[in-house]
Each structure stands twice: as structure tokens, then as C-alpha cells.
Ligand binder design. Structure first.
Ligand code: X5A
Ligand code: ZN
Length: 656
């Protein structure tokens, strides 16, 4: 009866280089070596740059299951001749001489002459491993053996200069790797390297090493505060653009204040780094990935979230065919560092849409800095020449109102300000929402295709088609009017997604006692849910949403428009107006299939929490509902009847 095209066979999500969407799994290298934990304070005194920093990252990656999907490499020691590409022979020899044979008091004496450095018997080996490991992954990515990589190393590197260790850094790991590619491996064809340094501190060492080198474009975004923030002075200023042939190839974005968060960093990305990266067109990207701008970091005082880091990284992946090597720099809140690291590895693996949102706005000082940087550098990078529109820069966080409360803790103050920022507009969403008339919204949205992914009773095709073509099937209390546009789906396919399916709520009008299906919008690596994808227009998607939520299809405005689509594609999910869609009030983007976004509707994350806490009950589905569900899976060729029953039982019996 229907002319829907069965566009593809069932995707299987398991193993053998295939990810959940049937895409080939990207090869991501991870380096971790416990030996780098031996670098520690000689006296056992507490220090922020401590061995647990890399241990907790590694544990987090292991517990989340991502390490199994990456290529895991042990550490490699750097060769002196490679270190000497950016460091003086004296400096290399000094670090070498710090090894175990030296006396503790000699090490203490050397350390006391350096700025922010401690040394013990394990420091030298760790420093060699950190640099060598970054070189190793970089070489593999340049060769194409890996698509990307993350070197979880310490000591960090970006403060280390040609002839000195400082700021917890001994060798400039990233600079050694960049110089190795350019000078030792011309055979790999890497001619232009972009170094991005999002550590909260200025990458002074890296800046100096490539100061006159146009083959290496260096971006550093850091707290500066007029030169009072570490490492301090004028070096991190935006006037420092490089010299000689390297003039214009050093870009500093120096924050005037702390508390910068996702909105500020993404503004620097959108209005400086990304346009310049497009013009430069690098062959590979090396990322000085410090996580000390993360929310909760004791040294950084900034507020970047794991979501912010994933978006920044995702935007960089558009260049150099995604050849990115991340090297750990700072990051002193163990929990934020581990979470941010995991978020980044998930981006490198490209295995899920990025979840989260940023509703804050940049600070006024952020726009001031961005405008100053653009002005200073526009002669080298024409894409920076345009004035930023006043609409855009008017979207700024007003000076926060200090809320007087009985607690004046920093944490509480932060939370207030974040909530304050949250209630403002999204920075990406700078176009003003234009109200469209009834007639035009339908024609506009009919031009856009989406995949509607169902995980519940709509997996049964005949039932879903009622929402499009009109009609009634078993289990429906009344006939559906269908969509205004009754053309059948342009394609049907199935996919397996890394999200938890569950059943909840006491009862429904339609099905009686028992829960209905929900999908946890957050992905995880242990659960998998089968979804049936229907390719329909965005207009039809709105009509499905209306009918699913018991609304009339002659509604005068869409419930999910183009702005919402853009938001969901950027953020992973977006809530619908709660009173319009109290049950399935959250549209989630599951990724893309053939460049068309895959959308599903489920509950909001706050509702997931209510299910988790027991405030709203989990309930197995009513028999009639389960039958519809089973019918979809069986007729779709996914399962036998018994298997489908077991699939439901499993989802209905496990705690959330
Ligand atoms: C790599 C890094 C920070 C040094 C701070 C010294 N270094 N006060 O984050
Ligand atoms: Zn740092």
C-alpha cells in the first residue's frame, strides 16, 4: 500500500570498525604510561600538578569504555636530537642529568633557580616520556595510521622555553612534535601546522619557538589581565603577532578577566580562530589541551564545561581532515579534567552528537578583546576585517547583580552567575526569532528533510503512517487526521543507538495501566536501542509532534522550527515548550544519516532525573502497547517475537 523506499538494510552497531550509525569508526590513539606518575614533589608536599591528574583521566576513559575503542599506546622516550630541534643542548643535558643518579639536594637547588618547578628522581624520565609520546602520536596521525590522538602526558610543556623549564613544564612537548614533523619528516608532507593552546595560561614557550616561523600558526587563548596572570608580562598580549616571515602567525586572545566560560571561548572560536584556520588551511592540528580553564579549576578561575570543550574541538575537526593531536597541558581539578578529557575523546571518536547547551553570553570584556584582536590581525587575515555587528556584541552578560545571601562562598556566587547567564540568549543563536505566518511556515519547513527516529510504538510502520496519511490501527482510540502533507516517507531505515530505552509513568489514556517508552537523551556505552528512521519533511515532523502530543494539526505555528533545528544540531537536544508537549517535550538529534539530521522525541533530562530518583515511577508497558512495539521490531526484521519480548523485558526491568 505504501510506496516508501526501504533505503537500507539493518545497521548492526557492534564491533569490527563499524560505529553505531554504520559509519567506519575513526582510529583514535591514546597514550598513557604510569611511569609519568613518578614525577612528583621530592618532599611529598601537595602540589596541583600531581600524578593523579593523568591517573584519573585514564580511569575515567577506561570506565566509560572508550579506551577499548581506541588504539592504546604506551609511552615513548624522546630522542635528544628531536628535543634539540626546539631546545638548547644545555637544557636537554640539564633535564637528562636530573635522573635518579643525582642527589636530592642538587635537584632541589636546580629547582629553586627555576620558576614554578619541582624535581624528583622521576622527573627526567617523565619529561622524556611526555615529549616522546606526543611525538609518537603526532607521527602516527601525520602518517595516517591514526585519524587523531590524545597524549595523556605530564609534565606539561607549553611554558618550557628553548633554554628553560618553567611553569611545571620541562620540555615543550607540542613544539618538539611540530618541529619534528617539519624538520625531520618532510616525507610525511606536513607543511603547515596549526597549534591551538586552550590551556588557561599563555603558551609562552610555544610562542617563542615559532615566533619567526610561518609554517606554524599559533593560537593561544588565556587569562591575561593586563599581564598579571601567570606567566605574566606582555608576552601574552594580542600585539604579539610574530616577526619576520612569522609576522601574523601568532595569535593571542588575552582575557581581561577570569570567570570566562563556554560563551566567551566559543565567541573567540567563531570570530577569530575558525575564520583564520579556514584561511591558513593547516595540514595537521596540535592542541595544547590544558583543562585548567574548566569550571572548578583551582588555578584557572574560568568556567568552560565539557560541552564547551567538545564544541571547540568539534569545530577544529573541520580542518586538516580531522587530523588532531591533543596533548595534555594543565588542568588541576581532577574531576573537571577527567570529564573534559572524556568529552574530547568522544568527539574524536565521532560516536555521538554533542550533548549540552550554552545559553550564556560572552562578557562585555570578551567582545572588547575579540574586536581588538581582529583589528590587530586583519591585515594578515582578511576574514577578520569586517566589523562585528552590533546585534552580536550587544549580546553580553551584564555586570552581574550581586545576590546577597547568607553564604558568600565562591561556589555559590559562581552558581548564581551561571544561572543568570543561562537565562540569557544562546550566542550561536544571534538571529532574532521571526514570527512566521501559518501559511509560510508550512511551505518553509516542507523544503527541509529530517529522519524521524522512533523507538516506541511508531516503530510499527502502519501505526506511524497513520500520523502521515491518516487512519487508525489497533491500539488507537480514534482515527488520526494525518499530516497536511500526506506524501509517504521518502525512506525507512533502522539503526542502533547508544542510549538507554526505558519504560515509565503509571498509565496513559490510550494504553491504560503501564509505562510508555522513553529514551535517555544521554548516550552511554553499555545500552543500545533500536530505532526505526523515517525520512519525512520538517513540516510532517511537526504534524507528528502535534498528534503525539494531542494537538490539532492546524496549529498556527510550528512546534519545532528551523531555529530549533539549528539549535538541536548544535546542542544535541532542545526542549519544546513544556505546556505544549509535557510528555515527549524534548527533541534530540541522534546524529546524521546521509547528511540529514536524525531527530527523535523523548523526555527532558530533568524528567530522566525524576525517573532515576523514583519521583516518577518506572513501569513495564501495558500488554497492548508492548504488542505494538513488538510488531514494529518483528515486521522491521530486527527481532523474532521472542527476541523482541526479551528486548522489552530487559529495558523494563533494569533500574535506570
Ligand atoms: C601548564 C600549566 C601553570 C603554571 C602556574 C604557575 N602551568 N603558578 O598550567
Ligand atoms: Zn595552565
Amino acid at each position: 500500500m505504501d510506496t516508501a523506499v526501504e533505503s537500507s538494510v539493518n545497521n548492526s552497531g557492534d564491533c569490527n570498525g563499524e560505529s553505531n550509525n554504520g559509519k567506519v569508526q575513526r582510529k583514535v590513539g591514546l597514550v598513557y604510561d604510569e611511569t609519568m606518575c613518578k614525577h612528583d614533589t621530592p618532599d611529598g608536599e601537595a602540589h596541583p600538578e600531581r600524578p593523579d591528574r593523568i591517573r584519573v583521566i585514564w580511569e575515567k576513559l577506561q570506565l566509560s569504555g572508550v579506551t577499548q575503542r581506541c588504539v592504546v599506546l604506551g609511552g615513548t622516550k624522546a630522542e635528544d636530537k628531536h628535543l634539540q630541534l626546539v631546545h638548547t643542548t644545555d637544557h636537554v643535558n640539564l633535564v637528562k642529568s636530573l635522573s635518579t643518579k643525582k642527589q636530592d639536594d642538587q635537584r632541589d637547588r636546580i629547582a629553586s633557580l627555576l620558576n614554578s618547578i619541582y624535581i624528583n628522581g622521576g622527573s627526567s624520565e617523565a619529561a622524556y616520556l611526555a615529549a616522546g609520546s606526543v611525538v609518537e602520536v603526532t607521527e602516527k596521525v601525520a602518517k595516517g595510521e591514526l585519524d587523531s590522538g590524545f597524549a595523556i602526558v605530564r609534565p606539561p610543556g607549553h611554558h618550557a622555553e628553548a633554554d628553560k623549564a618553567m611553569g611545571f613544564c620541562f620540555f615543550n612537548n607540542v613544539a618538539v612534535a611540530a618541529s619534528y614533523l617539519l624538520n625531520e619528516r618532510p616525507d610525511l608532507g606536513v607543511k603547515k601546522i596549526l597549534i591551538v593552546d586552550w590551556d588557561v595560561h599563555h603558551g609562552n614557550g610555544t610562542q617563542k619557538m615559532f615566533w619567526e616561523d610561518p609554517r606554524v600558526l599559533v593560537f593561544s587563548v588565556h587569562r591575561h589581565e593586563g599581564g598579571s596572570f601567570y606567566p605574566g608580562g606582555d608576552e601574552g598580549d594580542y600585539n604579539m603577532v610574530g616577526e619576520g616571515p612569522g609576522e601574523g602567525f601568532n595569535i593571542n586572545v588575552p582575557w581581561e578577566q577570569g570567570r570566562c566560560g563556554d560563551a566567551d571561548y566559543l565567541a573567540a572560536w567563531d570570530h577569530i580562530f575558525i575564520p583564520v584556520a579556514k584561511e591558513f588551511n593547516p595540514d595537521i592540528i596540535l592542541l595544547s589541551a590544558g583543562f585548567d580553564a574548566a569550571i572548578g579549576d583551582p588555578l584557572g578561575g574560568c568556567r568552560v564545561t565539557p560541552y564547551g570543550y567538545s564544541v571547540m574541538l568539534k569545530k577544529l575537526m573541520e580542518f586538516a581532515q580531522g587530523k588532531i593531536v591533543m596533548a595534555l597541558e594543565g588542568g588541576y581539578n581532577l574531576d573537571s579534567t577527567a570529564k573534559s578529557s572524556l568529552a574530547c575523546v568522544q568527539v574524536l571518536l565521532e560516536d555521538k552528537p554533542i550533548q549540552g547547551s550554552c545559553e550564556a553570553m560572552p562578557f562585555m570584556s570578551t567582545w572588547r578583546v575579540i574586536q581588538a584582536v581582529r583589528k590587530r590581525l586583519c591585515t594578515y587575515w582578511p576574514s577578520l576585517a569586517d566589523e562585528l555587528s552590533s546585534n552580536l556584541i550587544d549580546q553580553k552578560t551584564p555586570t552581574p547583580i550581586v545576590i546577597t545571601s547568607n553564604s558568600n562562598s565562591e561556589a555559590k556566587d559562581n552558581a548564581h552567575e551561571i544561572m543568570d547567564q543561562m537565562s540569557k540568549l544562546n550566542i550561536e543563536n544571534h538571529q532574532v526569532d521571526t514570527k512566521v505566518s501559518t501559511s509560510s511556515w508550512r511551505s518553509d519547513l516542507s523544503k527541509v528533510d529530517v529522519w524521524y527516529a522512533s523507538f516506541g510504538s511508531n516503530m510499527w510502520k502502519q501505526r506511524f503512517l497513520c500520523y502521515i496519511e491518516g487512519g487508525q490501527v489497533e491500539g488507537m482510540t480514534k482515527p488520526c487526521v494525518g499530516s497536511m502533507d500526506k506524501s509517504p516517507p521518502k525512506g525507512i531505515t533502522w539503526g542502533l543507538y547508544p542510549n538507554r530505552l526505558f519504560f515509565g509513568r503509571e498509565s496513559t489514556n490510550v494504553w491504560g495501566q503501564g509505562g510508555v517508552a522513553f529514551l535517555n537523551p544521554l548516550t552511554n556505552l553499555t545500552d543500545q536501542t533500536h530505532m526505526c528512521l523515517y525520512r519525512i519533511t520538517l513540516e510532517q515532523f511537526n504534524d507528528v509532534l502535534f498528534q503525539e502530543n494531542g494537538l490539532n494539526v492546524d496549529f498556527d505555528s510550528p512546534i519545532f522550527d528551523l531555529t530549533a533545528l539549528k539549535l538541536v544540531e548544535n546542542n544535541g537536544s532542545t526542549p519544546l515548550e513544556a505546556d505544549l508537549a509535557p510528555w515527549y517535550g524534548n527533541v534530540v538529534c541522534m546524529g546524521r544519516e546521509g547528511d540529514i539530521p536524525i531527530l527523535t522525541m523523548t523526555c527532558t533530562l530533568s524528567l530522566v532525573e525524576k525517573f532515576t530518583s523514583g519521583e516518577i515511577p518506572l513501569r513495564p508497558p501495558a500488554k497492548a502497547y508492548a504488542n505494538t512495539f513488538i510488531r514494529g521490531l518483528v515486521e522491521g526484521g530486527i527481532f523474532s517475537e521472542e527476541e523482541a519480548e526479551a528486548y522489552i523485558d530487559n529495558a523494563a526491568s533494569k533500574p535506570l
